[in-house]
Design a protein around this ligand. Sequence first.
Ligand SMILES: [Zn+2]
Ligand SMILES: [Zn+2]
Length: 150
Amino acid sequence: MIIWGSRGREIEQRSGQFHCPQCDNEQEYRLYRVATYFTLYFIPLFETEHHGNYVKCGGCRGQYKPEVLDYKPPSAAERMILSVRADLESGTPVEMTRTKLVNAGLQENTADEVVALAAGDDRLRCAACNLSFVRSVPRCAACGGGLSGG
Ligand SMILES: [Zn+2]
Ligand SMILES: [Zn+2]
C-alpha cells in the first residue's frame, strides 16, 4: 500500500540582517516559506499550495510580512529633523528651538540648517514677541496672542 498525503511545512528560504521595527535596531532574520506539500510515505515530494512567506526576528521572535525587509530606518539626520519638527509643532518658537539646539552642542550654522529644514517656509509670527512658529501652532507660546502669517 502506498501512503500519500499532504502536510504543511515552513522552509527557511534565507537569512540575514534587517531592521526590526519591534527591536528598533539591526537583528538577524530568517525568511520562511509556508506551504502545503504532497507527501509520499510522509516525505514531502512537491509543493501543492503556497500560503505565503514571513520573516522572523532573531531578537524578539516577532513575525512580519516579507516587506519588512525593505524598510529603511530613518538616518540620524532624519531622526533629528523629525524630533525638531515635533518640538516646533508642540508650540516651541522657532527661535527657541534653535537656541536649544545650539545649547545642546550643535554648531550655529548647523542649527540654522536643521531648523530651516524642520520648520520650512510656512511660518506664523507673533509681532508682539518677535517670535515665529510653524503653521500648526494656534497661538504664541510666550504671550498667548494670535499669530499672523508672513
Ligand atoms: Zn525584533
Ligand atoms: Zn507673543
